[in-house]
Structure formats: C-alpha cells, structure tokens
Design a binder for this molecule. Structure first.
Ligand code: BGC
Length: 725
C-alpha cells in the first residue's frame, strides 16, 4: 500500500461515525445483554480488486460481508483500559466483496460489561454498544470508494443472539425471525470515561477521548478444534461430554431436530465421580454457566458455537439433545491469544512430560488479550501477580513478544488496581526487563522505563526499610481452605521483600542498558539495601527461617545469599525437606517458581522431582493420578472457595525444566549468548527440546551413557553458544 493510499484509508476511518444502540435516557447501557445488529447494503458498480476493512466497536463486535465473517479474531476488540484506549482492526475483506449488491453487517455484544469483575476493565456504563467502520474498496480500474458507518445504516435491537455475557454464556436461536429494522443512531464521539479501580497516584488521568489504536497484540482466535474424549448418556436427551482437556474455549455442537428444540450446554471443569454429572462449583457464579442453542428445524444438520463468550471447562452437560449425542457431533476448541509455540520439552520421564503439557495448557488458557487469572470463575481479570510468576516460563514456550508488549501498554496506564507491593504491582518493573532480555527490543524497554521507575520510587518511599509488609506472598501455600482465601497467603514479607530486591535489580539492568548510569547506580544500591534487609530479617543461625523452603529458595533464586552463608543455608533447607517436611512441598506459587532451580543447582533435582511427583498431597502427581488433571490448579487442594483447576501461576514451576533439565541458560539480551549446562535428576535418562530467541533456535538433546551426559546442542547463526558438561 502506498503512503497516499494509507492516508486515504485512515481519513475514511476517521470520517466514519460511531453508530449504535438508541437507548432511552436513564437506561444503563451495559445492563442490556442483547446483541444488536447493524447493516447496510452497498453496490460495487465495478469489479473489485481489493477491499480493506477498518473497524472498532464496544463491547464485542463481529463483521460479516455477504454472510462471511471478516477477520479471524474473536472477542474483539481486545480488552484494555477503555477510558484510555480502544483498539481497531484492519482486515482484508477482498474475497467477501463482489461486484453488484453487497450487504455488510455488524453484530454487537456486551463484551466486558457490568457483570465483569471489579478488577477488570469494564466498558463505560452509560455508553451504548457501538461500532465505527470503514470499508475501502479499490476497483480493478484503480478508482476507490468507501463505505463508512453513518446515519444510512439500519439497526435491529433483536437478533438471533438474544443475550451474551462473558460469564453467563450465550443464547442463540437459529430460527430467529424477529428483526425490527429501524434507522441507526449516530452517536456522539467517544468522549467520556468511567474511572474505576485505578492504581492510586499512578493511574494516568485521560486527557481526552480514548485513543483509537491499531491492535498489534497477539491475535485472539478460536483454535485447536478437537473431538472429545467421550460422551456419556445420563438419561434421555441429557449427555455429558468429556472434552479430554480442561482449557479456555467452548464447544461446537451439531444437531438435527424440530423448530424450537432447545439444547442447553452447561460448562464445568469437573465431574462428580459418583453421578457422572458435571460439577460447576469452580465457576462460582450465581446462575449456572451455559450456552443455549434453539434449532431452526431445517431438517438438516444445524451447528452452533458461541461467539461472544468463553468458558473454562473440560466437561459439558448437554440437555435437550434430540436423539443420541456422539463424539461426531461435538468438538471443543480453545479461545485465546493464539501465540506460536516456540519451545519444546521432552524427556524420558512421562510424569515431567505430563507436567509440561499441563503447564502449557494452563498458560494458554490464561492468554486472552491480556493475562487473566483464570478462565472459568467469575473473575478472568488482568492479573499482574499471576503473570509475573510465569512470564519467563511463557517466553521459553511461546512467542510472547507482541502479547507482552501490549500487556506492558496496559500496565503503563496504571489501570490495574490493587495492593501497592512487589508481588501485586511489581510486574511493571520487571517485565520491561524480561521482555528486553528475551526479545532485545530496546524501544519497548525505553518506553516502559519511566513507569517502572515511578513504581520503584513509590515502593521505596512506602517501604524505606526495604522490607515490604503487604502483598499476597507465597500465594496458595498448602492449605485446607478452612479460612477461605485467607488460607492462601504465605510468607508475605519474604516474597515481597525478595521480589522488591529482584525488581530493583531488573531496573538497574534496564537503566544500564539505556545508558542511564546514575539511575543504574541508584537501583543497584537499592538492591543491596533490600538484600541486606532480607538477610537481617530472615536469616539466623546459618539458615533462612530454620531452612524453610520458600525463604531459602527465594534467597538463592534472587541472589540474596551472602557467599559465606550459601553452604549452611542450602544444607538447612535440604535437611528440613528430608526431615520436618517429610519430603513434601510447603510452597505456594513463588516457592515453587524458585525451588526447582535452587535444588537442581545444589545437585538435588531428584528431590524436587520426587516432591512434584508425590503422589500424596500436595504434589502434581496427586492432581494427575487422583483427579486426572490436564491443567495446573490454583491451589494444591482440589476443594474450597478459591480452588480452580486451571490457574497458570504454578506454570512458573516449569522454568527449571528448561533452564536446568535441558540446561538452556540465556546470558545476554536477545539470547545472543547462551550456555547449555544441564543439571538433571539422575533418574532422567534423556531429554531434548528447544527455545527460540529472535536469532533463532537453541536446541538441546542429551542422553546418559555410562553415567555421563552426552550433550548435543546447536544454536542458530548469530548466537554464541557454550556447552558446559
Ligand atoms: C484472585 C485470583 C488470583 C489472585 C492472585 C485473587 O484476588 O481471585 O484468581 O490468582 O488474586 O493474583
């Protein structure tokens, strides 16, 4: 596209009007769960060479031309702080447009609306659902034409989708015939903001209407369609589908029946082992989560999958199915940021392969247009704490470049509220460095440095002693849930102080890389001070809190241990694990993240592996063997009020599989310098895998021969590789 054409395209999008619902005054727009449709026809008088669609909307929108959906993304627009920003999309629509009469339709849905949890970004409550679209046609003879949203469009408040909700599901009637077309309402420009749940002092007050920005985050798609593992009949018309995998997504179903037959799909992570019916407790919603499909009764197969919601599930109870449901009639699919898989891990131990697969599933299930805490519960909110624990692991497994760039833009607006401490808020300090270290994009580091610095200043002012006394800490330590969410806190000061030191170190490295030497010295000094505070508070008699797992692992992983204390601190921890801890985990998400590497470095990877395997509680073996888990849980314990079976936080515990079992250690930004040094548990006979950095792949393949590791490692050109045996 020439520059001139680009300018013209943008001009037409700027000219397009916001159009949408005409709601009576006083009605709260977000409370309306209907999915209106707006349409217009247009005539392409000459053959069309290309058609380019530029579009945005709020809540969700989808565009069809002549009945064909344009673009391959779902749940658009991407979520963000809507007071500041609204993402638009550019899609090629050439194959859908024909010479002659065409119809373009926009379906709107509530999206992130009033029923979305308080810690998420909700669209503005008073704002009607709306869209703004420009279709730019280039004819075969080079002439151009635009079709823009304006007052000539028609609008119907009712459509085949009678309601949609992010949590509650969708209701769809294939035989819908209740269109009531009327002129569309041309809306004011998008000029007001709703302000909820912002970071005190750090939230940036929007200066005007939200910015319209082209979405360049990871595309959110429906992908990986799979036949289910099985279908069981509960009674006539009622079946339970076992998708075989617990993940974020939905079910597509087909049926042949009569007009008005209603099929309801109830989604759940679990199944009651006694009755075989689904168990929806982890959804934690008042109303059971379900999609409802009413048949048109065409006499042919009719199929349905929801478009404006998603679920975290493995099992689906299908009610009202006409006939016998079989595995041929259903497919499950994933919904989320469709990031490319760029890493691989495999070894001789099937348990670790199973753990790797579950970690991958849980991470993918929580990549929407932002990292969520979980996909099934009445939350699904942007979560810095959860993300911070497993970002490095995610980058080993997937191409997270665009995803985290967009997430940093979200964080930078200060629009994710919560506690002012290192675990809950520190992601804005550490992720710019992590992103740079993996993808070597200095512009991203530069852009995010000021906000990272502001956060650090704030933490230093709040906690001059260096010890942070607030936060979630080693969230989800083993607990029986008796005290509800309060049971899940652990080692609050230890985790937050260690992460504070780590954040100072990340910031020092960021500043140095950006040539800000004074800043770098300041943050290095802060690191030293916080490290000393950690040791003064938590180290005594040669051990961190008597050798407890979390405080010791944190100290080793974040470089807080004084050289002269290393041996005793390590010995105390291993002694305690084998003694008082009876070979079991006492860790939550941060202890788990840091323990694997710490034990492997000390030559005790086998001990880590045996704690992971269990099979008693708390362990992953416990989840896999007793509950057939295919994803990682929120807590070690299956039951309670905050016990989902698909949080991504524990995926942080996968990092050592890459860095220690495969032994891939990145030593310089962009992975330009890499050391391969496996330190693997003795029971593992072989391992192979790879990670991908901007210059290309680093692959490792080793096996044990006569007790020694024979390591074969390769790296793409431009990567300096050293293999240490
Ligand atoms: C949410 C969890 C989340 C945790 C830590 C809680 O408020 O309910 O889903 O994992 O915060 O971020």
């Amino acid at each position: 596209m020439t520059v001139l054409a680009l300018v013209a395209l943008f001009a037409s999008f700027a000219d397009a009007k916001w159009i949408g619902e005409d709601l009576p005054a006083g009605i709260k727009a977000v409370a309306e769960k209907n999915c209106p449709v707006m349409r217009r026809t247009f005539v392409a008088a000459k053959p069309v060479r290309s058609a380019r669609l530029t579009v945005t909307g709020l809540g969700f929108f989808e565009v069809e031309i002549n009945g064909r959906k344009i673009g391959d993304q779902v749940l658009t627009p991407a979520a963000c702080d809507f007071a500041h920003r609204c993402y638009y999309y550019e899609w090629d629509a050439t194959s859908a447009v024909r010479e002659g009469t065409n119809e373009v339709r926009i379906t709107l849905a509530p999206g992130y609306s009033d029923d979305f949890f308080q810690y998420g970004w909700r669209r503005v409550a008073e704002y009607p659902k709306r869209a703004k679209l420009s279709l730019s046609l280039t004819h075969a003879d080079g002439t151009e034409d635009d079709v823009n949203t304006d007052g000539s469009w028609e609008y119907s408040a009712k459509s085949p989708i009678s309601s949609a909700s992010i949590y509650g599901g969708e209701r769809y009637d294939a035989g819908f015939d209740g269109w009531r077309w009327q002129p569309v309402k041309v809306l004011d420009d998008f000029d007001r903001q709703e302000i909820v749940n912002r970071v005190p002092d750090l939230w940036r007050e929007p200066k005007g209407p939200p910015e319209l920005r082209r979405y360049d985050g990871a595309p959110v798609r429906a992908y990986d369609f799979r036949r289910p593992k099985g279908v069981t009949k509960l009674r006539d018309g009622v079946f339970v589908v076992d998708a075989g995998i617990n993940r974020a997504g939905a079910l597509r179903i087909r049926a042949k029946g009569r007009r008005g037959d209603v099929i309801a799909l109830f989604y759940a992570e679990d199944r009651d082992p006694k009755s075989g019916d689904i168990d929806q407790r982890t959804n934690r919603t008042k109303e059971p989560i379900r999609d409802v499909f009413t048949l048109a009764g065409t006499g042919e197969w009719e199929s349905y999958a929801p478009r404006f919601t998603y679920h975290g599930f493995r099992f689906v109870r299908v009610e009202g199915y006409p006939g016998e449901l079989t595995t041929d009639d259903v497919e499950s699919f994933a919904i989320g940021a469709d990031v490319a898989t760029t890493g691989a891990f495999e070894c001789s131990d099937p348990f670790l392969n199973q753990f790797h697969a579950a970690a991958v599933t849980s991470m993918r299930s929580n990549f929407m247009s932002y990292p969520t805490d979980c996909p099934m519960r009445d939350e699904r909110t942007p979560c810095q704490l959860d993300s911070q624990v497993y970002e490095e692991t995610a980058m080993m497994n997937f191409d997270m470049n665009a995803f985290y760039r967009k997430w940093l833009d979200d964080i930078d607006l200060g629009g994710i509220g919560g506690k002012m401490c290192a675990d809950w808020m520190g992601d804005g300090i550490v992720l710019p460095w992590r992103h740079y270290f993996f993808y070597a994009d200095k512009a991203v580091l530069e852009k995010n440095y000021p906000f990272a610095k502001a956060k650090m200043e704030r933490l230093l002012a709040l906690y001059p002693s260096g010890v942070i006394t607030d936060g979630f800490g080693d969230w989800c330590v083993p607990n029986d849930g008796a005290k509800g969410y309060l049971s899940a806190f652990g080692f609050v000061e230890e985790v937050n102080t260690a992460l504070f030191a780590y954040a100072a170190e990340c910031l020092a490295k960021s500043a140095a890389e950006l040539g800000k030497t004074d800043d770098a010295a300041r943050w290095r000094e802060a690191f030293g001070r916080i490290r000393d505070a950690y040791n003064a508070k938590f180290f005594a008699d040669g051990a961190y809190e008597g050798g407890r797992q979390t405080p010791t692992a944190l100290a080793f992983a974040f470089g807080l241990v004084r050289p002269e204390n290393r041996a005793s601190a390590y010995r105390a921890m291993v002694g305690r694990i084998r003694g008082a801890d009876r070979g079991k985990f006492t860790v939550g998400i941060w202890g788990l993240r840091t323990l694997g590497e710490t034990l492997a470095d000390g030559g005790d990877g086998e001990l880590m592996l045996s704690m992971m395997k269990g099979p008693e509680y708390p362990s992953f073996g416990y989840m896999f063997d007793n509950f057939d888990a295919t994803s990682l849980w929120e807590q070690w314990h299956p039951y309670g009020e905050m016990n989902t079976h698909n949080h991504a936080m524990m995926a942080g515990g996968e990092h050592w599989l890459y860095t220690r079992i495969l032994g891939i250690r990145l030593l310089a930004p962009g992975g330009r310098k890499v050391e391969v040094r496996p330190v693997a548990p003795a029971s593992i006979a072989w391992a192979r895998g790879h990670v991908t950095v901007p210059a290309g792949r680093i692959s490792v393949d080793w096996r044990r021969e006569n007790g020694r590791l024979v390591v074969n490692a390769t790296a793409a050109d431009g990567i300096e590789l050293e293999v240490v045996k």
